[in-house]
Structure formats: C-alpha cells, structure tokens
Design a protein. Structure first.
Lengths: 224, 402
C-alpha cells in the first residue's frame, strides 16, 4: 500500500544542514497498524509528515498503491490528503471558531456531496469516538482527550485509506491516552483503516503489528 | 464550487464567532472611509454646482452668441431673439450690450462694465431680479436709473470681498456719475442693488436698453451678445448648430467657455476630488490589509492545519476576501444611511458658506454606487494580497515554525 525508497529529508537552519531522515525505506500493507518509534529527535514526526504528504522529502520516493506521489503538485497532494489520507496532529489541532461537529464535517464539505450526508456522517463519527453529546461545543470547551478524539473523527470524515497519527497521546493523561489509542485500534478492526502512528513510549507497542524504529534519522532494527 | 461553499462557511463562522471588537472597529473604520469618500467630494461638487449655476443664472445663460470677425454687433437682433426662442431646446433668449465705464460717488471711483438690457426679456434668462437686496429691479422705461452690483456699490458692507475698491456707501436713491469709455458722462439714480454672491457677477451694473439707445442711436436693433437659456438636458451643441442654421457667421460660447477663471477653480476642485478619493481608497486598502494580515499571522497555524486536512488554498483566500467584502458592504450601507439621513439634512439646515454662496451637499447616486463598488474591489484586493502570501508558505512552516 505504501512504499518508501531511500527517503532523505534535510532541513537547512541558516548555513547548517540538519539530516532529519537518511535513506529510510519501508513498506506498509493495507490493514496494518504501524508504529514509528524512536527517541526525541530521531525523525519520527519528520517521516510521518513525508508519508502524510504534508512535507516534501529532499530525495527518495514515496509510492501510494504503486503510484509515485513524491513530486505531485500542491493541488494534487491537497486532493490526496482530502480523499485518501487522514492526519492527526500531536498538538490539539482543531479550528477554534468551529464547533466539534463543524470541525469534523469541514473536510467533508470540501470534498462535496449533500450537506445532510456529511453532517450525518460527522455525527456518526462523533458517536463512534464517544462525543456525540458534546458535538456543539467549541474546542476550548473540550478537554485535551476530547479534542484529540474530535481530531480523529475529523480525520475519518472522508473515509481515508490510511490514518496518520503523530504522537496522538503526547499531551494527554493516561486514561485519555488509553481511550484515544483504543479508538484508533477499534477503527482499524471495525472499519479496516490502515493506521500509522508515531510514539516514543515502548508501552504503545501493544497496539501495533508492524514497527519502524528510527535513531538519528536512520532506520534501525530495534528500539534503542 | 466546493471551494466557494467552504470559503463562505469559513467567512460566516469567522465573522459570527471572531473577535467582536475587531469586527466593530473594522466596520467603523470603513464607515468613516466611505463617509469621507462621500462628504468632501460632495462638498466640492456642491461648490462646483453652485458656481456653475450662478454663472449660468447671472452672467452667461447656457449659450452666449456674439458677432464674429470684424462686425462689432449682431444686427436685427429682435428678429434673431424671436427665432432663437422658437427653437425646440430653447426656453428663452435675451440681448445685451455692454460698455466699459467708471462710476463715481462722493470721491470714490470704481471701474465696471455696464450692461444694457431689456429688463423684461432679461429676467426670462437671468435671475438678477431675484437677487435685489435693496430697491427694485429695472423697468423697460427707466432711462435715468441704474442697477448696481453690491461689489460696486459697497453698500456699507465692509465684509465684502472687494469693498475697498467699491464706491463704499452707495444706497438706493443715491446719484452716481458714470463715465463711459466713449467719453459720454451721465448721472443716474441708483434704483436697486443686487447681490448674487458671485463676485464676478456682482461687479456689474445694468441700465435699460432704452437708455443705451438714447446714448448710442446707431446701436438701435443691435446687440453685443445674445444669451440663450436652454431647457433641461438639452445638448448645447445641437442648439448651437440650430442657431448657426438660422443665421450663419456668428460666434458661440457655452457657459463653460464663459466661466473663465472660475473654470480653473472648478477644475481644481475636480482634481482635489480625485486626490481625496484616491486617498480614501488607500486608507481603506491599508485598513483591510492590516486587519487581514494581523488575523492571518494570529491564525497561521490554523491555516496550516486547514491546508493539511485538505482545505484548498483558494477556499482560504476566498474566505478572507468574502469577509473583507462583508465588512465593506456593512460599512458602505451604514455610511450611506448616515450620509443621506443625517449629514445631508443637517448640512441643509446649516449650509457651508462659500464666497460664491451657500453650498449644499448633492446626493449623487451614480457616484455613490461607483465609490461603493470601487471600495468593495479595493477591500477584496487588500484581503487577497496577505491571504495569498500566507497560502504560499509551506504547510510545515505554517504549522510548526515559530
């Protein structure tokens, strides 16, 4: 489903070059729950941003269902993010002026179709993540865990094939973390959504069936 | 289509749930900009209109006909006036003769031009008879009486612009001496003093045609000028062409040609209007640019997130443009209502007094509409520029760069 060949991402900070990813190659199959692990600064989030088409690699190739998507135009990448991929940010990333319900159905509205359809779908997703009764609340009226679950529902509105989650529990307490990760696993099992998530917590290994370990931007065989 | 829908949705939510103080201040700023766009040009427009109307109604009429070439006067003038009056677009015409003269009274002397008129016919074209401030208007049979403009008479009005060069204290019933350019000297009783408020017009004096012919018998049936008053919305060029058809070989001036130095003043007013208008648009543009820019800077991360979840750049840009246009429309409507129902009526009660008369604010609907449309366009462009620049920033920088 996703294949990556010799992916390298170098950031320029003034005159200094920072190699965030170096020659990473991997494959992810449909239905996998893949965990990208590594310590802080290992390049986990950088790799996820390349896979989620939010950033562009310096070199290397990314294939989605066999198609090279590395050099697609901004418009085509935007379309893929809307229809094919879902992305959950580490920080709570909801739009402050919209309610939970509006936050969830906004990408549905962008994709088109009848308003009733995407509104109902948003409501169903909020029910799945256990927030139907709080759907008319704005982000500032929700807890961190609730906001992250709204973000999960938003990522699912257009039925993505792959859901990327960048340390989705980094800012949550243990109970909220369990609930968020439980929701992701449930989505994988019940809806068959392929999930790729980033974590630095070895305990999160239990949610995944495939692992990618990174150290200093390079792929390593074990979490060290 | 979806981009439009999402842009409208984002704009509505942003206006409804955004910062109320910013919303109110932005709209207030646009109200002031639009009021400024309407008020000052309207004031200058009103001034130009007043000058033009006074020129037409006291000095020139709509068209001035003169003898051309070396012929000093128009002959057989009664017949020509009747023929001109019978034209479709003409409401009245009158003949005038003019003579340069010095007028003196009790040691004071003033130089002027004395116009000889048929008072009845003249008042069909001009409004001198409606501007008498002392005494009365001339009658056709008056031969030893004269009508003086207030800037010549002085009339003990020390606040007059040209009081120092006037006769200072002439009133109705006083006897003045007139020395015409040809050497003829006459004594007249002042029958009336008029005040049109147009300084140029108030520097004139009038006697009857009968008196003029007595002094210049060779000018019987002749006139230096024929002044023509046209009906409303008649093209002056077509009237001129028709008069040319009646009697060839005459020279024509429209009231605009006749205005002379007044025209340079009204032209300057028009240039000032253009400058003020451009300034107001620049102020509006800067206001919207700053409001949009500050909002975009504050929402940089949110915009990055919107793009990351698949919202197109076009939707985001359009949402800012729609929002700016809503601000502009609300500002324009509020300002237009304030202007029409508060500023104009108050100004009508307490009009601005210019040297050429009271100036009222005209409500010029085409100007109002064109200004509103340009303002909407300017605000749209001012919102587009910062929004477009923000959309060009990489998503990763928008979300994560500090």
């Amino acid at each position: 489903m996703i294949n990556v060949k010799k992916l390298t991402r170098i950031y320029k900070l003034g005159n200094v070059e920072v190699k965030a990813l170096v020659d990473v190659s991997l494959g992810i199959e449909t239905g996998d729950v893949t965990c990208i692990m590594g310590k802080s600064g290992s390049g986990k989030s950088t790799l996820l941003r390349q896979l989620g088409l939010i950033d562009r690699p310096t070199s290397g190739q990314i294939f989605l269902d066999g198609d090279d998507v590395t050099r697609l135009s901004d418009g085509a990448r935007s379309r893929l993010r809307l229809t094919y991929l879902g992305y959950i940010f580490q920080e709570f990333a909801l739009l402050a002026e919209l309610t939970a319900h509006e936050n969830v159905y906004l990408p549905g509205m962008m994709l088109g179709g009848k308003a009733a359809d995407y509104r109902n779908r948003a409501e169903e997703l909020l029910e799945i993540v256990g927030l139907k009764e709080r759907m008319h609340h704005k982000p500032k009226e929700l807890s961190g865990g609730e906001q992250q679950r709204v973000a999960i529902a938003r990522a699912l509105i257009n039925n993505p094939r792959v859901l990327f989650a960048d340390e989705p529990c980094a800012n949550l307490d243990t109970i909220s973390s369990e609930r968020v990760m439980g929701t992701l696993v449930k989505l994988n099992k019940e809806l068959g959504v392929t999930i790729v998530f980033v974590s630095h917590d070895p305990d999160d290994k239990k949610y995944a069936n495939r692992f990618i370990f990174l150290k200093d931007g390079r792929q390593v065989p074990e979490y060290i | 289509m979806n981009s439009l829908k999402v842009a409208t949705f984002l704009a509505i939510k942003s206006i409804a749930r955004g910062n109320v103080r910013v919303l109110v201040l932005t709209i207030l700023m646009l109200i002031l900009v639009y009021l400024n766009l309407l008020f000052t040009p309207a004031l200058l427009d009103g001034a130009v209109e007043t000058v033009n109307n006074k020129t037409i109604n006291t000095m020139s009429g709509d068209v001035v006909v003169q003898a051309a070439g070396e012929v000093p006067a128009i002959g057989n003038v009664s017949e020509l006036v009747s023929q001109i009056e019978s034209l479709n677009g003409v409401s009245a015409a009158c003949a005038r003769n003019s003579l340069g003269a010095d007028i003196s009274y009790e040691g004071e002397r003033a130089t002027t031009v004395v116009y000889a008129i048929d008072p009845d016919q003249d008042s069909k074209v001009f409004q001198i008879s409606q501007n008498i401030i002392e005494g009365s208007y001339l009658a056709p049979e008056d031969t030893d009486q004269i009508l003086l403009g207030v800037q010549i008479a002085g009339n003990d009005r020390k606040d007059l612009a040209l009081y120092s060069s006037s006769l200072k204290s002439v009133h109705v019933g006083d006897r003045v001496s007139v020395s015409y350019v040809g050497g003829v000297q006459k004594q007249y009783t002042v029958k009336g003093i008029f005040y049109t408020e147009l300084t140029q017009g108030d520097l004139r004096a009038y006697i009857s045609e009968k008196e003029f012919v007595t002094m210049n018998p060779l000018m019987t049936g002749k006139a230096s000028f024929i002044h023509v008053k046209t009906k409303d919305n008649v093209k002056l060029e077509s009237v001129i062409e028709e008069i040319k058809g009646i009697r060839p070989g005459l020279k024509f001036q429209t009231w605009e040609d006749f205005e002379g130095f007044l025209r340079s003043m009204t032209d300057s007013f028009k240039q000032i209007i253009v400058i003020l208008r451009a300034t107001a648009f620049i102020v509006a543009a800067i206001t919207i640019f700053i409001v949009t820019y500050v909002d975009l800077v504050n929402k940089r991360r949110q915009i990055g997130i919107q793009r990351a979840i698949g919202i197109t750049g076009a939707s985001i840009i359009l949402s800012y443009i729609f929002r700016a246009i809503v601000y502009a429309i609300v500002g324009i409507l509020a300002a237009a209502l304030i202007f029409k129902y508060a500023v104009v009526p108050v100004e009508a009660h307490y009009p601005f007094h210019f040297p050429f008369g009271d100036v009222f604010l005209p409500v010029n609907i085409p100007y109002l509409i064109s200004s509103a449309l340009i303002l909407c366009g300017v605000t749209a462009v001012s919102a587009f520029i910062p929004a477009f620049r923000m959309i060009r920033i990489k998503i990763i920088d928008a979300i994560w760069a500090s």
